[in-house]
Design a protein around this ligand. Structure first.
Ligand SMILES: [Zn+2]
Length: 276
């Protein structure tokens, strides 16, 4: 048990023992706040998740596309793969039946804003409208509100993350594997980049609005399966998060080192990337 945890345990135990039925003093309340305001608060932003097992989450952004998303859903069904779609509200309003099908087939639907603006440069009121309209469109198409959001371009401020999490209850989902498929490098390159970078706990970014991405998927799925990866939705991956020691020690070397739970990804910040 870390010193911090021991301290918290002692505090909780003694305040229970001594203060039962009594209103805590302001000093005690301040101490409790201070103890809770530590880096061990549950994370609300994820680039990847530390998991015990070969689990990964494939994510597809910017759809639904009238032609490509149904094709992708067919491929995912053939492979029994569950994925996560970060959809654009405008596109949901145009093709609600595709989003409804994705949800019915047990894929997860996340909020990717209404019209794909740079949220990091917008007023809170405009951000709120972007997210609320999309939340409503997803609810109307699937019967369920999303619990995840991904900011377009990965662009979001720390302050926005906090209030969006508080108001909408969303976890903020970034990624640790980016094949830059939006640059349309061709299916072979998209596949090679995904295979090279994917680790247990990875969150893989792609876009179901580019033909080359969909073309890359059958062989990408085959090869990820051959490497032993198992596919889950982002929320499932987060629920699998394994406990980490409070002071991370060097990991034993293995084939596929686990990545950090909710910590910054070793790859460059996606905020600087035009992807997402
Ligand atoms: Zn996007």
């Amino acid at each position: 048990m870390s010193g911090y945890r021991l301290l918290f345990f002692c505090f909780a135990t003694s305040s229970f023992a001594l203060g039962l039925g009594a209103e805590p003093t302001p000093a005690k309340r301040a101490a409790a706040r201070e103890i809770r305001a530590t880096p061990e608060e549950p994370s609300i932003t994820f680039n990847s998740v530390h998991v015990d097992g070969p689990y990964i989450a494939l994510t597809f952004d910017d759809g639904p596309s009238a032609t490509l998303t149904p094709k992708l859903l067919d491929l995912l069904a053939a492979h029994h793969i569950k994925a996560t779609f970060f959809v654009i509200g405008e596109n949901v309003a145009e093709h609600p039946e595709i989003v409804s099908r994705a949800a019915r087939e047990d894929h997860e639907i996340g909020n990717h804003s209404w019209s794909h603006p740079n949220l990091g440069k917008m007023s809170d009121e405009s951000v709120r409208r972007q997210l609320q309209q999309t939340d409503d469109a997803i609810k109307s198409a699937t019967g369920k509100r999303p619990t995840l959001m991904r900011p377009p371009y990965g662009s979001i401020t720390a302050r926005e993350k906090r209030w969006i999490h508080d108001e909408f209850g969303y976890d903020i989902i970034l990624w640790d594997v980016d094949p830059y498929d939006w640059k349309r490098p061709g299916p072979a390159v998209v596949r090679a980049r995904i295979l090279k970078e994917t680790r247990p706990g990875s969150i893989v970014l792609s876009h179901d609005i580019h033909p080359g991405t969909i073309e890359a998927m059958p062989s990408t799925f085959d090869e990820l399966e051959a490497k032993g990866f198992k596919f889950v939705t982002v929320s499932e991956l987060i629920r699998m998060a394994a406990a980490r020691p409070s002071h991370p020690s060097p990991q034993p070397s293995g084939n596929l080192p686990p990545s950090a739970a909710g910590s910054p990804s070793p790859t460059p910040s996606p905020a600087s990337s035009p992807a997402g």
